[in-house]
Design a protein around this ligand. Structure first.
Ligand SMILES: Nc1ncnc2c1ncn2[C@@H]1O[C@H](COP(=O)(O)OP(=O)(O)OP(=O)(O)O)[C@@H](O)[C@H]1O
Ligand SMILES: [Mg+2]
Length: 362
């Protein structure tokens, strides 16, 4: 069996009594775009810095093509890096910034000039080589940082929230550029963000970080359709949770009841389901349909009372209170017949396909 391209194994990092990374395990394929997504303090940057060689792990190993990188100093790892804030040398021109890693590697002048031209083309900044970083916009500076990181053709590129200092429009523009550059260069990218939309837009696969471990790794659609934990369900897509009671559970599916009313069969279940125990039922706003009557016996519906109706352009958002008082959101297309004349206080039935819901126990 051939070794995976990049393999992170049992990675742990302690800073004194702070356990920043607990146990991170991950394989990345050559050419893959892998994103670390997770809340602040979950260990994303620490994992990246260990990969870059800026930090030593407390335990664990990193293998590139089957060989450990741990003993290799940072500057010999051949790993490109782009950070959150602009890290260009302010006194050097754009061209000199891009040439810098090539000079360090003792490339000849002609080869450097040709490469700098090629990189400026790649990031679409031809004609900017004599500018100083301070004479450019934030987005342009990040494109120079990207050109500099890719100049020596590293097999792996690490990016730590490179767009978080930019406004939304510019961020989307550069996300598009990063996608194109990834496709053109086929470099393997490990990308850190806490923005789920950015992760979904860019990545082949996403590793969801929580408290120093990876909760789940998968493509965006996999994480959305089949979240392994409540945390992942909350982090990818929109979701609400309703307390339910487990009636029975078998083969990864549960039958459950909500309040005094509806019983629902065949909902995918995660964790250890105990008959008679309570659990959290996850519902996604775009997966619910709304009928303007109380839930009928024998349907997968639950009765709720409308608390708010918000017009959001192409969609209408209805908030409704379950009998337990918990809020459930429903997103319906603008003009949907069920929303015409709907008002606060109306009793409605929210229906869903049990397969699209999930129950989280424990
Ligand atoms: N040099 C350090 N000394 C002590 N604790 C640290 C150090 N670096 C990170 N930590 C702690 O380790 C944990 C993980 O930090 P890390 O920077 O990896 O999080 P992150 O997921 O990148 O968060 P963010 O989204 O805020 O950048 C945090 O609790 C942080 O406070
Ligand atoms: Mg970070």
């Amino acid at each position: 069996m051939t070794a995976p391209f990049l393999h992170i194994r049992g990675l742990r990092k302690d800073y004194g009594i702070v356990n920043a990374v607990k146990d991170v395990n991950l394989t990345v394929e050559r050419g893959e775009f892998m994103t670390f997504l997770g809340p602040s303090g979950s260990g994303k940057s620490t994992t990246l810095y260990i990969l870059a060689g800026f930090e030593n792990p407390t335990a664990g190993d990193i293998l590139l093509n089957g060989e450990s990188l741990i003993a290799t100093p940072s500057h010999k790892r051949n790993i490109g890096m782009v950070f959150q804030r602009y890290t260009l040398f302010p006194h050097l021109s754009v061209g000199e910034n891009i040439a810098f890693p090539l000079k360090v590697r003792r490339w000849g002048k002609a080869a450097i000039d040709a490469r700098v031209r090629k990189m400026l083309q790649l990031v679409r900044l031809e004609g900017f080589e004599d500018r100083k970083p301070a004479q450019m916009s934030g987005g342009q500076q990040q494109r120079v940082a990207l050109a500099r990181a890719l100049a020596y053709d590293p097999p792996v590129l690490l990016m730590d929230e490179p767009l978080s200092a930019l406004d939304k429009k510019l961020r989307e523009e550069i996300q598009h550029e990063i996608r194109r550059i990834h496709q053109e260069t086929e470099v393997t990218i490990l990308y850190v963000t806490h923005d789920q939309e950015e992760a979904l837009r860019l990545s082949d696969r996403i590793a969801v970080f929580s408290k120093g471990v990876i909760d789940q790794i998968g493509t965006g659609p996999e994480l959305y359709a089949d979240p392994a934990t409540r945390f992942v369900a909350e982090f990818i897509g929109d979701s609400d949770f309703v307390t339910c009671r487990i009636l029975s559970a078998k083969d990864g599916r549960a039958d459950l009841s909500i309040g005094a009313g509806a019983s629902i069969s065949g909902v995918p279940v995660h964790g250890t389901a105990v008959a008679g125990g309570t659990a959290a039922l996850m519902l996604r706003p775009e997966r619910l349909s709304l009928r303007r009557e109380a839930a009928r016996e024998g349907t997968s519906g639950l009765s709720a009372s409308v608390t708010d109706i918000t017009f959001l352009g192409s969609s209408i958002h209805v908030a409704a209170a379950a009998p337990s008082g918990e809020t459930i959101s429903v997103r319906l297309p603008f003009g949907h017949e069920a929303t015409s004349g709907l008002s606060r206080g109306d009793t409605v039935s929210l229906d869903f396909d049990p397969e699209t819901a999930h129950v989280f126990c424990g």
